[in-house]
Design a protein around this ligand. Sequence first.
Ligand SMILES: Cc1cc2nc3c(=O)[nH]c(=O)nc-3n(C[C@H](O)[C@H](O)[C@H](O)COP(=O)(O)OP(=O)(O)OC[C@H]3O[C@@H](n4cnc5c(N)ncnc54)[C@H](O)[C@@H]3O)c2cc1C
Length: 452
Amino acid sequence: MESTFDILILGGGFAGLSCAAALAEAGAKVLLAEKKSHLGGRAFSFRDPGSEDVLDNGQHLFLGCYRETRRFLDRVGAAERLTLLPKVRMAYASVTGRKDVLSCPGFLPAPWHLKIGLLGFSGLSLSDKLGLSRLDVYMRRHLSDAEAPAELDRMTVRQWLSSLGQSARAQTVLWDPIALGALNDDPTVAGAAGFFQVLREAFYRDAASARPALASVGLSELYALPAARFIESRGGRIMTLAKISGLIEQNGRICGAATEDGQTLSAGAVVSTLPPWDLARLKLPEGLSDGWKKFAASPIVGINLWLDRPVLGGELFAGMIGTDIEWAFNKSLIFKEDAKSRGHYLSLVISGARKHLKRPPAELEAIAARDLSACFPEFRKAKILRSRVVKEPLATLSPVPGTETARPAPGLAHPGLYLAGDWTRTGLPATIESAVVSGHRSAAQIVKGEPQ
Ligand SMILES: Cc1cc2nc3c(=O)[nH]c(=O)nc-3n(C[C@H](O)[C@H](O)[C@H](O)COP(=O)(O)OP(=O)(O)OC[C@H]3O[C@@H](n4cnc5c(N)ncnc54)[C@H](O)[C@@H]3O)c2cc1C
Protein backbone atom coordinates (compact mmCIF):
# COMPACT_ATOMS: atom_id res chain seq x y z
CA MET A 1 0.00 0.00 0.00
CA GLU A 2 1.25 3.51 -0.72
CA SER A 3 -0.30 6.71 0.60
CA THR A 4 0.71 10.35 0.46
CA PHE A 5 0.06 12.74 3.29
CA ASP A 6 1.20 16.26 4.13
CA ILE A 7 2.81 15.13 7.36
CA LEU A 8 3.65 11.69 8.73
CA ILE A 9 3.88 11.53 12.53
CA LEU A 10 5.67 8.61 14.15
CA GLY A 11 4.34 7.62 17.58
CA GLY A 12 0.94 7.99 19.22
CA GLY A 13 1.74 9.30 22.71
CA PHE A 14 1.27 12.81 24.08
CA ALA A 15 3.83 14.30 21.66
CA GLY A 16 2.52 12.61 18.52
CA LEU A 17 -1.16 13.16 19.25
CA SER A 18 -0.72 16.81 20.29
CA CYS A 19 1.34 17.48 17.17
CA ALA A 20 -1.17 15.70 14.91
CA ALA A 21 -4.15 17.51 16.50
CA ALA A 22 -2.51 20.94 16.06
CA LEU A 23 -1.65 20.17 12.42
CA ALA A 24 -5.09 18.73 11.69
CA GLU A 25 -6.68 21.87 13.10
CA ALA A 26 -4.45 23.94 10.82
CA GLY A 27 -5.81 21.99 7.82
CA ALA A 28 -2.91 19.58 7.19
CA LYS A 29 -3.60 16.03 6.05
CA VAL A 30 -1.83 13.97 8.72
CA LEU A 31 -1.03 10.30 9.05
CA LEU A 32 0.03 9.00 12.46
CA ALA A 33 1.80 5.62 12.68
CA GLU A 34 1.95 3.81 16.03
CA LYS A 35 3.60 0.43 16.53
CA LYS A 36 1.32 -0.78 19.31
CA SER A 37 -2.32 -1.84 19.02
CA HIS A 38 -3.36 1.13 21.16
CA LEU A 39 -2.53 4.82 21.38
CA GLY A 40 -1.11 6.60 24.43
CA GLY A 41 2.54 5.52 24.44
CA ARG A 42 3.90 5.72 27.97
CA ALA A 43 0.65 7.19 29.32
CA PHE A 44 -2.35 4.95 28.64
CA SER A 45 -5.06 3.03 30.44
CA PHE A 46 -6.48 -0.43 30.03
CA ARG A 47 -9.25 -2.57 31.44
CA ASP A 48 -7.85 -4.86 34.12
CA PRO A 49 -8.53 -8.44 33.00
CA GLY A 50 -10.75 -10.16 35.55
CA SER A 51 -12.24 -6.94 36.92
CA GLU A 52 -14.18 -3.98 35.62
CA ASP A 53 -11.48 -1.51 36.66
CA VAL A 54 -9.75 0.87 34.30
CA LEU A 55 -6.06 1.05 35.29
CA ASP A 56 -3.43 3.49 34.11
CA ASN A 57 -0.04 2.07 33.15
CA GLY A 58 1.10 4.13 36.15
CA GLN A 59 -0.22 7.05 38.13
CA HIS A 60 0.35 10.38 36.33
CA LEU A 61 0.28 13.71 38.16
CA PHE A 62 -0.25 16.91 36.18
CA LEU A 63 0.51 20.43 37.41
CA GLY A 64 -1.00 23.85 36.88
CA CYS A 65 2.10 24.77 34.85
CA TYR A 66 1.18 22.14 32.24
CA ARG A 67 -0.24 24.92 30.06
CA GLU A 68 0.38 23.34 26.64
CA THR A 69 -1.13 20.08 27.89
CA ARG A 70 -4.28 21.90 28.91
CA ARG A 71 -4.35 23.70 25.54
CA PHE A 72 -4.12 20.30 23.83
CA LEU A 73 -6.92 18.85 25.98
CA ASP A 74 -9.01 21.92 25.28
CA ARG A 75 -8.40 21.55 21.55
CA VAL A 76 -9.66 17.96 21.52
CA GLY A 77 -12.62 18.72 23.81
CA ALA A 78 -11.32 16.91 26.89
CA ALA A 79 -10.25 19.75 29.21
CA GLU A 80 -12.92 18.98 31.80
CA ARG A 81 -11.49 15.47 32.32
CA LEU A 82 -8.51 16.98 34.12
CA THR A 83 -9.25 18.53 37.53
CA LEU A 84 -6.94 21.30 38.72
CA LEU A 85 -6.95 21.26 42.52
CA PRO A 86 -7.74 24.59 44.22
CA LYS A 87 -4.36 24.94 45.95
CA VAL A 88 -1.05 23.27 46.71
CA ARG A 89 -1.51 20.78 49.50
CA MET A 90 1.05 18.02 49.99
CA ALA A 91 0.48 15.62 52.86
CA TYR A 92 3.52 13.60 53.91
CA ALA A 93 3.52 10.50 56.13
CA SER A 94 6.82 9.24 57.45
CA VAL A 95 7.91 5.70 58.27
CA THR A 96 8.29 7.01 61.85
CA GLY A 97 4.55 7.69 61.95
CA ARG A 98 5.04 11.47 61.68
CA LYS A 99 2.58 13.45 59.53
CA ASP A 100 3.29 16.85 57.92
CA VAL A 101 1.39 19.00 55.47
CA LEU A 102 2.76 21.61 53.10
CA SER A 103 -0.10 23.94 52.28
CA CYS A 104 0.45 27.05 50.13
CA PRO A 105 -2.21 29.76 50.23
CA GLY A 106 -3.63 30.10 46.70
CA PHE A 107 -4.42 33.83 47.02
CA LEU A 108 -0.74 34.91 47.33
CA PRO A 109 1.43 35.53 44.25
CA ALA A 110 4.44 33.30 43.50
CA PRO A 111 6.82 32.70 45.18
CA TRP A 112 5.15 34.13 48.32
CA HIS A 113 2.56 31.33 48.36
CA LEU A 114 5.47 28.87 48.67
CA LYS A 115 7.37 30.93 51.24
CA ILE A 116 4.32 31.21 53.50
CA GLY A 117 3.57 27.52 52.97
CA LEU A 118 7.12 26.58 53.93
CA LEU A 119 7.05 28.81 57.02
CA GLY A 120 4.10 26.78 58.29
CA PHE A 121 5.53 23.40 57.25
CA SER A 122 5.98 21.41 60.44
CA GLY A 123 8.41 18.94 58.80
CA LEU A 124 11.25 21.47 58.96
CA SER A 125 12.96 23.17 61.91
CA LEU A 126 13.57 26.92 61.95
CA SER A 127 17.20 26.47 60.91
CA ASP A 128 16.16 24.17 58.00
CA LYS A 129 13.77 26.91 56.90
CA LEU A 130 16.39 29.66 57.17
CA GLY A 131 18.68 27.54 55.00
CA LEU A 132 16.10 27.52 52.18
CA SER A 133 16.83 31.18 51.44
CA ARG A 134 20.12 30.37 49.65
CA LEU A 135 18.28 28.21 47.16
CA ASP A 136 15.70 30.97 46.73
CA VAL A 137 18.43 33.53 46.01
CA TYR A 138 19.99 31.20 43.40
CA MET A 139 16.62 30.59 41.75
CA ARG A 140 15.73 34.28 41.57
CA ARG A 141 19.15 35.13 40.12
CA HIS A 142 18.59 32.72 37.21
CA LEU A 143 14.85 33.00 36.62
CA SER A 144 15.10 35.01 33.43
CA ASP A 145 17.93 32.88 31.93
CA ALA A 146 16.82 31.20 28.70
CA GLU A 147 18.10 27.82 29.93
CA ALA A 148 19.06 26.16 33.20
CA PRO A 149 22.57 27.35 34.18
CA ALA A 150 25.18 25.17 32.45
CA GLU A 151 26.90 24.35 35.75
CA LEU A 152 23.75 22.47 36.86
CA ASP A 153 24.18 19.96 34.01
CA ARG A 154 27.47 18.90 35.60
CA MET A 155 26.10 17.99 39.05
CA THR A 156 23.40 15.89 40.64
CA VAL A 157 20.40 17.22 42.55
CA ARG A 158 22.05 16.10 45.78
CA GLN A 159 25.32 17.92 44.99
CA TRP A 160 23.50 21.11 44.01
CA LEU A 161 21.20 21.23 47.03
CA SER A 162 24.09 20.45 49.39
CA SER A 163 26.24 23.15 47.77
CA LEU A 164 23.47 25.62 48.62
CA GLY A 165 23.43 24.52 52.25
CA GLN A 166 20.12 22.67 52.16
CA SER A 167 19.98 20.61 55.36
CA ALA A 168 19.71 16.82 55.22
CA ARG A 169 16.18 17.09 56.61
CA ALA A 170 15.11 19.72 54.06
CA GLN A 171 16.33 17.40 51.32
CA THR A 172 14.73 14.25 52.76
CA VAL A 173 11.30 15.58 53.61
CA LEU A 174 10.88 18.41 51.11
CA TRP A 175 13.07 18.37 48.00
CA ASP A 176 13.75 14.64 47.47
CA PRO A 177 10.09 13.59 47.07
CA ILE A 178 9.56 16.40 44.54
CA ALA A 179 12.80 15.59 42.66
CA LEU A 180 12.16 11.85 42.58
CA GLY A 181 8.55 12.31 41.45
CA ALA A 182 9.34 14.86 38.75
CA LEU A 183 12.66 13.48 37.45
CA ASN A 184 11.98 9.78 38.07
CA ASP A 185 15.45 9.15 39.37
CA ASP A 186 17.18 9.31 42.70
CA PRO A 187 18.51 12.77 43.66
CA THR A 188 21.97 11.19 43.92
CA VAL A 189 21.70 10.19 40.23
CA ALA A 190 19.48 12.83 38.58
CA GLY A 191 21.07 15.98 37.20
CA ALA A 192 20.36 19.33 38.84
CA ALA A 193 19.36 21.06 35.57
CA GLY A 194 16.01 19.23 35.50
CA PHE A 195 15.33 20.03 39.14
CA PHE A 196 16.02 23.72 38.52
CA GLN A 197 13.45 23.57 35.71
CA VAL A 198 10.89 21.91 38.00
CA LEU A 199 11.32 24.53 40.74
CA ARG A 200 11.22 27.41 38.25
CA GLU A 201 8.11 26.22 36.41
CA ALA A 202 6.15 25.05 39.44
CA PHE A 203 7.01 27.62 42.11
CA TYR A 204 8.33 30.79 40.49
CA ARG A 205 5.92 31.52 37.60
CA ASP A 206 2.60 32.09 39.35
CA ALA A 207 0.64 30.66 42.26
CA ALA A 208 -1.45 28.35 40.05
CA SER A 209 1.58 26.62 38.49
CA ALA A 210 2.28 24.28 41.42
CA ARG A 211 -1.36 23.27 41.86
CA PRO A 212 -1.66 19.52 41.22
CA ALA A 213 -4.10 18.33 38.55
CA LEU A 214 -5.50 14.82 38.30
CA ALA A 215 -7.35 12.96 35.57
CA SER A 216 -10.84 11.95 36.65
CA VAL A 217 -10.86 9.16 34.02
CA GLY A 218 -8.29 6.66 32.73
CA LEU A 219 -5.43 8.19 30.71
CA SER A 220 -6.60 6.86 27.34
CA GLU A 221 -10.02 8.37 27.89
CA LEU A 222 -8.40 11.59 29.10
CA TYR A 223 -6.54 12.37 25.89
CA ALA A 224 -5.73 9.52 23.50
CA LEU A 225 -9.25 8.63 22.39
CA PRO A 226 -10.50 12.26 22.21
CA ALA A 227 -7.38 13.21 20.22
CA ALA A 228 -7.86 10.31 17.79
CA ARG A 229 -11.49 11.34 17.22
CA PHE A 230 -10.41 14.96 16.69
CA ILE A 231 -7.70 14.05 14.18
CA GLU A 232 -9.90 11.62 12.23
CA SER A 233 -12.82 14.06 12.13
CA ARG A 234 -10.48 16.48 10.30
CA GLY A 235 -9.45 14.00 7.63
CA GLY A 236 -6.37 12.64 9.42
CA ARG A 237 -5.59 8.95 9.58
CA ILE A 238 -4.30 6.87 12.47
CA MET A 239 -2.59 3.55 11.87
CA THR A 240 -1.93 1.28 14.84
CA LEU A 241 0.22 -1.87 14.62
CA ALA A 242 2.37 0.13 12.18
CA LYS A 243 5.95 -0.30 13.36
CA ILE A 244 8.34 1.98 11.52
CA SER A 245 11.50 0.18 10.42
CA GLY A 246 13.23 2.98 8.53
CA LEU A 247 13.04 6.53 7.24
CA ILE A 248 12.90 7.20 3.53
CA GLU A 249 15.30 9.81 2.19
CA GLN A 250 15.36 11.28 -1.31
CA ASN A 251 17.82 13.91 -2.48
CA GLY A 252 18.91 14.54 1.09
CA ARG A 253 15.36 15.08 2.35
CA ILE A 254 13.22 12.79 4.53
CA CYS A 255 9.96 12.16 2.71
CA GLY A 256 8.41 9.16 4.41
CA ALA A 257 8.97 5.97 6.33
CA ALA A 258 8.72 2.23 5.80
CA THR A 259 6.84 -0.08 8.12
CA GLU A 260 8.11 -3.44 9.29
CA ASP A 261 5.38 -5.20 7.28
CA GLY A 262 6.52 -3.59 4.03
CA GLN A 263 4.29 -0.52 3.65
CA THR A 264 5.68 2.76 2.34
CA LEU A 265 4.24 5.86 3.97
CA SER A 266 5.04 8.96 1.92
CA ALA A 267 4.63 12.50 3.19
CA GLY A 268 5.85 16.04 2.71
CA ALA A 269 7.68 15.81 6.04
CA VAL A 270 8.03 13.45 8.98
CA VAL A 271 7.77 14.21 12.71
CA SER A 272 9.37 11.56 14.91
CA THR A 273 8.08 11.42 18.48
CA LEU A 274 9.83 8.11 19.16
CA PRO A 275 11.68 7.87 22.48
CA PRO A 276 15.48 7.95 22.01
CA TRP A 277 15.90 4.19 22.55
CA ASP A 278 13.41 3.48 19.70
CA LEU A 279 14.66 6.24 17.40
CA ALA A 280 18.24 5.00 17.78
CA ARG A 281 17.17 1.68 16.18
CA LEU A 282 16.34 3.40 12.87
CA LYS A 283 18.99 4.29 10.30
CA LEU A 284 19.24 8.04 10.75
CA PRO A 285 20.22 10.61 8.12
CA GLU A 286 23.89 11.46 8.01
CA GLY A 287 24.84 14.60 9.86
CA LEU A 288 22.04 14.34 12.44
CA SER A 289 23.57 15.03 15.84
CA ASP A 290 23.42 11.88 17.92
CA GLY A 291 24.80 12.73 21.38
CA TRP A 292 21.41 11.50 22.65
CA LYS A 293 21.93 7.93 21.40
CA LYS A 294 23.45 6.96 24.73
CA PHE A 295 20.39 8.13 26.72
CA ALA A 296 19.09 5.47 29.10
CA ALA A 297 15.68 5.02 30.65
CA SER A 298 14.62 4.96 34.28
CA PRO A 299 11.83 2.59 35.37
CA ILE A 300 8.64 3.10 37.40
CA VAL A 301 6.81 0.38 39.30
CA GLY A 302 3.13 0.91 40.11
CA ILE A 303 1.23 -1.16 42.67
CA ASN A 304 -2.56 -1.04 42.60
CA LEU A 305 -4.31 -2.19 45.76
CA TRP A 306 -8.00 -2.51 46.55
CA LEU A 307 -8.73 -2.39 50.30
CA ASP A 308 -11.80 -2.94 52.43
CA ARG A 309 -11.46 0.51 54.02
CA PRO A 310 -9.96 3.97 53.37
CA VAL A 311 -6.49 4.47 54.85
CA LEU A 312 -5.21 7.85 53.61
CA GLY A 313 -7.32 9.92 56.00
CA GLY A 314 -9.30 11.59 53.22
CA GLU A 315 -6.22 12.84 51.30
CA LEU A 316 -6.32 12.59 47.49
CA PHE A 317 -2.64 11.65 47.60
CA ALA A 318 0.18 11.54 50.10
CA GLY A 319 3.97 11.43 49.95
CA MET A 320 5.68 8.70 51.95
CA ILE A 321 9.05 9.39 53.59
CA GLY A 322 11.67 6.75 54.44
CA THR A 323 9.88 4.01 52.47
CA ASP A 324 10.25 2.26 49.12
CA ILE A 325 6.81 3.50 48.04
CA GLU A 326 6.97 7.27 47.54
CA TRP A 327 3.48 8.36 46.66
CA ALA A 328 0.07 6.87 47.42
CA PHE A 329 -2.95 8.07 45.40
CA ASN A 330 -6.52 7.56 46.54
CA LYS A 331 -7.98 6.52 43.18
CA SER A 332 -11.50 5.91 44.51
CA LEU A 333 -11.63 9.54 45.59
CA ILE A 334 -9.95 10.81 42.40
CA PHE A 335 -12.28 8.79 40.14
CA LYS A 336 -15.24 9.59 42.45
CA GLU A 337 -15.96 5.86 42.47
CA ASP A 338 -18.32 3.94 44.68
CA ALA A 339 -15.70 2.51 47.03
CA LYS A 340 -18.33 0.61 49.05
CA SER A 341 -19.09 -1.85 46.27
CA ARG A 342 -15.69 -1.96 44.54
CA GLY A 343 -13.23 -1.53 47.40
CA HIS A 344 -10.99 1.43 48.23
CA TYR A 345 -8.57 1.69 45.36
CA LEU A 346 -5.00 2.93 45.97
CA SER A 347 -2.36 3.52 43.32
CA LEU A 348 1.18 3.39 44.74
CA VAL A 349 4.28 4.66 42.95
CA ILE A 350 7.96 3.71 43.08
CA SER A 351 10.03 5.99 40.82
CA GLY A 352 13.60 5.27 39.71
CA ALA A 353 12.62 1.68 40.54
CA ARG A 354 15.67 -0.19 39.19
CA LYS A 355 16.11 -2.44 42.21
CA HIS A 356 12.41 -3.41 42.16
CA LEU A 357 11.99 -4.32 38.50
CA LYS A 358 12.79 -8.00 38.94
CA ARG A 359 10.76 -8.48 42.11
CA PRO A 360 7.67 -10.67 41.67
CA PRO A 361 4.25 -9.04 42.31
CA ALA A 362 3.79 -10.82 45.68
CA GLU A 363 7.06 -9.36 46.97
CA LEU A 364 6.10 -5.86 45.80
CA GLU A 365 2.71 -6.23 47.47
CA ALA A 366 4.47 -7.19 50.71
CA ILE A 367 6.71 -4.09 50.44
CA ALA A 368 3.61 -1.96 49.89
CA ALA A 369 1.88 -3.49 52.93
CA ARG A 370 4.96 -2.91 55.11
CA ASP A 371 5.28 0.73 54.02
CA LEU A 372 1.57 1.52 54.32
CA SER A 373 1.45 -0.05 57.81
CA ALA A 374 4.34 2.13 58.95
CA CYS A 375 2.94 5.38 57.52
CA PHE A 376 -0.83 4.94 57.90
CA PRO A 377 -1.91 3.10 61.11
CA GLU A 378 -5.41 2.64 59.64
CA PHE A 379 -3.86 0.25 57.11
CA ARG A 380 -3.04 -2.25 59.88
CA LYS A 381 -6.77 -3.01 60.16
CA ALA A 382 -7.31 -3.16 56.40
CA LYS A 383 -7.73 -6.24 54.26
CA ILE A 384 -6.22 -6.29 50.75
CA LEU A 385 -9.04 -7.42 48.45
CA ARG A 386 -7.07 -7.41 45.21
CA SER A 387 -3.78 -6.16 43.79
CA ARG A 388 -2.17 -5.58 40.41
CA VAL A 389 1.44 -4.60 39.74
CA VAL A 390 2.38 -2.67 36.57
CA LYS A 391 6.06 -2.32 35.68
CA GLU A 392 7.31 0.24 33.17
CA PRO A 393 11.02 -0.46 32.59
CA LEU A 394 11.36 2.38 30.04
CA ALA A 395 9.23 4.95 31.85
CA THR A 396 11.25 8.13 31.33
CA LEU A 397 14.62 9.43 30.32
CA SER A 398 17.14 9.02 33.14
CA PRO A 399 18.25 12.66 33.49
CA VAL A 400 21.83 12.06 34.63
CA PRO A 401 24.25 15.04 34.52
CA GLY A 402 25.19 15.84 30.92
CA THR A 403 21.74 14.95 29.58
CA GLU A 404 20.44 18.50 29.24
CA THR A 405 23.25 19.53 26.89
CA ALA A 406 22.79 16.42 24.72
CA ARG A 407 18.99 16.73 24.32
CA PRO A 408 18.26 17.83 20.73
CA ALA A 409 16.02 20.87 20.27
CA PRO A 410 12.46 19.97 19.29
CA GLY A 411 11.55 20.85 15.71
CA LEU A 412 13.42 20.66 12.44
CA ALA A 413 16.53 18.49 12.78
CA HIS A 414 17.25 17.62 9.12
CA PRO A 415 15.50 18.54 5.85
CA GLY A 416 12.03 16.96 6.10
CA LEU A 417 12.59 15.52 9.59
CA TYR A 418 11.30 17.04 12.82
CA LEU A 419 12.14 15.65 16.24
CA ALA A 420 9.67 15.76 19.12
CA GLY A 421 9.01 13.77 22.29
CA ASP A 422 9.32 14.43 26.00
CA TRP A 423 13.09 13.86 25.83
CA THR A 424 13.82 16.73 23.43
CA ARG A 425 15.23 19.94 24.87
CA THR A 426 12.09 21.86 25.73
CA GLY A 427 13.44 23.59 28.85
CA LEU A 428 11.42 21.12 30.93
CA PRO A 429 12.22 17.70 32.35
CA ALA A 430 11.00 14.72 30.29
CA THR A 431 7.34 14.88 31.31
CA ILE A 432 3.91 15.08 29.68
CA GLU A 433 4.21 18.85 29.39
CA SER A 434 7.59 18.50 27.68
CA ALA A 435 6.07 15.99 25.23
CA VAL A 436 3.21 18.34 24.36
CA VAL A 437 5.46 21.42 24.14
CA SER A 438 7.66 19.51 21.67
CA GLY A 439 4.63 18.36 19.63
CA HIS A 440 3.17 21.86 19.48
CA ARG A 441 6.54 23.43 18.67
CA SER A 442 7.11 21.07 15.74
CA ALA A 443 3.56 21.66 14.47
CA ALA A 444 4.01 25.44 14.72
CA GLN A 445 7.25 25.29 12.71
CA ILE A 446 5.54 23.23 10.02
CA VAL A 447 2.51 25.53 9.86
CA LYS A 448 4.70 28.64 9.70
CA GLY A 449 6.65 26.96 6.91
CA GLU A 450 10.00 27.62 8.54
CA PRO A 451 12.85 26.76 6.16
CA GLN A 452 13.11 23.04 5.64
C1 LIG B 1 4.43 4.85 34.94
C2 LIG B 1 4.70 6.26 34.46
C3 LIG B 1 4.36 7.34 35.26
C4 LIG B 1 4.61 8.64 34.82
N1 LIG B 1 4.22 9.68 35.59
C5 LIG B 1 4.27 10.93 35.08
C6 LIG B 1 3.71 12.02 35.80
O1 LIG B 1 3.19 11.86 36.91
N2 LIG B 1 3.74 13.27 35.22
C7 LIG B 1 4.32 13.47 34.00
O2 LIG B 1 4.30 14.61 33.52
N3 LIG B 1 4.89 12.45 33.31
C8 LIG B 1 4.86 11.21 33.81
N4 LIG B 1 5.38 10.15 33.09
C9 LIG B 1 6.08 10.44 31.82
C10 LIG B 1 5.08 10.61 30.66
O3 LIG B 1 4.25 9.48 30.56
C11 LIG B 1 5.88 10.77 29.38
O4 LIG B 1 6.73 11.90 29.52
C12 LIG B 1 5.02 10.99 28.14
O5 LIG B 1 3.95 10.09 28.10
C13 LIG B 1 5.89 10.82 26.92
O6 LIG B 1 5.15 11.06 25.75
P1 LIG B 1 5.84 10.99 24.31
O7 LIG B 1 4.76 11.16 23.32
O8 LIG B 1 7.01 11.89 24.28
O9 LIG B 1 6.46 9.52 24.21
P2 LIG B 1 5.70 8.10 24.15
O10 LIG B 1 4.49 8.15 25.01
O11 LIG B 1 6.71 7.06 24.44
O12 LIG B 1 5.23 8.00 22.64
C14 LIG B 1 6.05 7.46 21.63
C15 LIG B 1 5.24 6.45 20.85
O13 LIG B 1 6.05 5.95 19.80
C16 LIG B 1 5.73 4.59 19.61
N5 LIG B 1 6.83 3.95 18.87
C17 LIG B 1 8.06 3.63 19.32
N6 LIG B 1 8.79 3.07 18.34
C18 LIG B 1 7.99 3.06 17.23
C19 LIG B 1 8.19 2.62 15.89
N7 LIG B 1 9.36 2.06 15.50
N8 LIG B 1 7.16 2.77 15.04
C20 LIG B 1 5.97 3.32 15.42
N9 LIG B 1 5.75 3.74 16.68
C21 LIG B 1 6.74 3.62 17.57
C22 LIG B 1 5.56 4.07 21.03
O14 LIG B 1 4.83 2.86 21.06
C23 LIG B 1 4.81 5.24 21.68
O15 LIG B 1 3.42 5.08 21.58
C24 LIG B 1 5.22 8.85 33.54
C25 LIG B 1 5.56 7.76 32.75
C26 LIG B 1 5.30 6.48 33.18
C27 LIG B 1 5.66 5.31 32.31
